[in-house]
Design a protein around this ligand. Structure first.
Ligand code: NAP
Length: 324
């Protein structure tokens, strides 16, 4: 039997229209795969089509909360990639239903259709965490590996890139407000990772270059505290703002109200819980090579990418160097 060419290999990407999704779809299209993007509103995913050649990328309807739709989107696929995730609950989108139940449905479909699976979790996934987001991500990992033991799991730290929800959010806040809050004093450590590097790691897993049944932890080259990241945002957008420490206790009370606010002001009590724990690659992952450098990907630093999209938050845009 001859091995299938990539052009004959169908990859279903659940959540392919999201921030990470568009980078994954572009990476897989460059490697010549056929791609089926499975999302709740496929009509909003048409913008992905120019990332490939005519007919290479096709969007279908699937809701991870509906097992039959997940299974239908898996039909004839060789690999299922699950990128679906939410940062806050709303309506019927609950952490347990989207992260845990949904990921399990993808793994069950992979097992039923004889497909391999790549699943995206998050650094901090922990069944004992105080944050429900982190508990549901850990439950998802357990359920995925039980249903499809060969699945490859990726745990990124905070991802950055032109459409990110981290640097853009705080730059927007800095434009609107004279102060930026440092929740818990801003000492929590992060290891921001370029979304393009995470997409490359996922494409390598689709290529079957990574170890099955393994959890990879994906971070960038530098570890920074939340305060250092806020200072970096302010320096990049050339604005001076007051950084005000907010103890966790007060942040929790604030979040009771801010959870109902629109972006960039939204902050849920669960997100405050997440901010208590460092979001960095573990020593065990480093020792075992379950990291970007361990799989041969040299991660991009924030300095190489972030200024290319945060300049629009400067008072004078890209034209003058002025501190507002
Ligand atoms: N962004 C980060 O910094 C970060 C860090 C660590 C881990 N992660 C994880 O990385 C993954 C991708 O994150 P992202 O930032 O790319 O998220 P995103 O931009 O919010 O994209 C989420 C995608 O999931 C789809 N989706 C949402 N609910 C769905 C449902 N019930 N059924 C089917 N599709 C659904 C969305 O499309 P529709 O709404 O059209 O259905 C969208 O395509 C997630 O698992 C996230 O938890 C992200």
């Amino acid at each position: 039997m001859t091995a299938k060419s990539n052009a004959d290999t169908l990859i279903t990407v659940y959540g392919g229209s999201g921030f990470l999704g568009r980078h994954v779809v572009r990476g897989l299209a460059k490697r010549d795969y056929r791609i089926r993007v499975a999302v709740r509103r496929p009509e909003l995913a048409n913008f992905l089509q120019p990332l490939g050649r005519v007919g290479q990328i096709h969007a279908v309807q699937a809701n991870l909360r509906n097992a039959a739709s997940v299974d239908a989107a898996a039909r004839d696929a060789d690999v299922l990639v699950n990128l679906v995730g939410i940062l806050a609950e709303g309506g019927r989108q609950r952490f347990d239903s989207v992260h845990a139940f949904g990921a399990e449905q993808v793994a069950l479909a992979a097992s039923a259709h004889g497909a391999r699976m790549v699943h995206v979790s998050a650094i901090g996934a922990d069944e004992n965490s105080a944050a429900r987001y982190a508990r549901s991500k850990a439950a998802a990992e357990r359920l995925v590996l039980a249903a499809q033991p060969s699945a490859v799991i990726m745990r990124p730290s905070i991802m950055f890139g032109p459409e990110d929800d981290f640097f853009n959010r705080f730059a927007t806040l800095a434009r609107m407000s004279p102060v930026l809050p440092l929740i818990g004093g801003g000492t929590t450590r992060f290891q921001p990772v370029f979304v393009g590097d995470v997409a490359t790691a996922i494409a390598d897993a689709v290529d079957a270059k990574l170890n099955p049944g393994t959890i990879y932890e994906l971070g960038g080259p530098d570890v920074r505290t939340f305060k250092q990241l806020m200072q970096y945002v302010l320096a990049t957008i050339e604005r001076k703002r007051l950084l005000v420490p907010v103890p966790f206790f007060f942040a929790n009370i604030k979040a009771m109200f801010l959870q109902f606010m629109p972006a960039p002001l939204t902050l849920t009590p669960d997100q405050v819980e997440l901010l208590r724990i460092d979001n960095v690659v573990s020593d065990a992952a480093k020792a075992e090579g379950r990291t970007l450098p361990g799989i041969g990907i040299e991660p991009e630093p924030i300095e190489a990418i972030v200024p290319s999209y945060l300049w629009r938050f400067r008072k004078a845009g890209q034209f003058r160097n002025r501190t507002a």
